[in-house]
Design a protein around this ligand. Structure first.
Ligand code: AMP
Length: 300
């Protein structure tokens, strides 16, 4: 099965304690699509400007990403600049230039409308909603978000959540949206907004998944070589979605494996700027870390 992914396609300027990259290929849908593409075919919906190079188009196409839904418009590609604290625990957004995203209205190509797995990667919730309105009874809708939208489009986000099956967000965002400081309480509160599952990402501490009657904790893969954490969350969710689509299942067992694989693929993302590491690896490297990660959290 395929995954339809909507979100940002961007150029990022990133500064960390170890270095900087003034123009890394980024965006939530870019990371999500490349990660999902390790497991299943991907249909990408987004927009880029005239400055988006053919080299980047070729990279996406080579990863099994269908680009019929990627619009090219007059103007510049979405641009985001961020700076990390010394230990990567905090990130400051320095610039968000929406550019071609400013008046973007997603149009879902006819051939994408009945795709069963939909990943609404981080983008304004009203745009995520527009995508859902053009799709035909999907089997699973997974949505991500960020602090900005909780701040400025909270009502749109809450409205969207009524139609979402799985909500993925980070710990800080879960606390911010629910007002709960305890993460388990925050997760339970998220379930009252509509989704049947909440997945809370905790950066280097992994992620937890909650439903009414299940709880699962996926550790992060313990990498020592963190260079740039940008896109780790999008990679995590993209890999999970690709895995679910590949198995055409959202059973608890398949989701648990998908969460571990999400941790594994995200561990590669953080080892380089932008998509530098993800473009180097293949399925074998993922499989090897997956086995390792499983051995780190299993007791016979
Ligand atoms: P993450 O590190 O997983 O939170 O994702 C980082 C990516 O999100 C970067 O590649 C940015 O281009 C993208 N991004 C940052 N701000 C926004 C925004 N307001 N809307 C959509 N994408 C964004």
């Amino acid at each position: 099965m395929s995954v339809l992914i909507v979100g940002s396609v961007a150029f990022d300027s990133i500064e960390t304690a170890t270095g900087s990259d003034p123009r890394a290929l980024g965006g939530s849908a870019t990371y999500g699509s490349v990660a999902a593409g390790f497991f299943s075919p991907v249909q990408l919906v987004g927009v880029v400007g005239e400055d988006f190079d053919q080299e980047n188009i070729d990279l996406l196409a080579s990863r099994g990403v269908d680009l019929e839904g990627l619009e090219r418009k007059a103007g510049r590609t979405f641009f985001w600049a961020g700076k990390y604290s010394e230990d990567f625990s905090e990130r400051e957004t320095l610039t968000t230039d929406l550019n071609v995203f400013a008046d973007f209205q997603p149009h879902i190509p006819e051939s994408y409308r009945s795709t069963p797995y939909i990943f609404l990667a981080n983008i304004a919730p009203n745009l995520q909603q527009m995508v859902l309105e053009q799709t035909d009874d999907p089997m699973l809708v997974v949505a991500d978000t960020m602090n900005l939208w909780i701040d400025i489009q909270r009502d749109d986000l809450l409205e969207l959540l009524r139609s979402v099956d799985v909500f993925v967000l980070n710990d800080e965002e879960a606390r911010m949206l629910t007002g709960e400081t305890n993460l388990i309480r925050a997760g339970r509160r998220l379930l009252t907004y509509g989704p049947s599952r909440a997945i809370i990402k905790k950066g280097e501490h992994g992620a937890v998944s909650l439903t009414e009657d299940s709880y699962f904790a996926a550790p992060a893969y313990p990498t020592q070589d963190v260079v740039d954490p940008t896109g780790a969350g999008d990679t995590f969710a993209g890999a999970l979605m690709g895995y679910l689509a590949a198995h055409d299942s959202a059973s608890e067992e398949v989701i648990r494996r998908g969460l571990l694989l999400g941790s594994v693929v995200a561990s590669f993302t953080v080892e380089g700027f932008g998509l530098d590491r993800l473009r180097e690896i293949d399925e074998h490297a993922i499989e090897q870390r997956y086995r390792e990660l499983r051995s780190y959290c299993t007791v016979e």
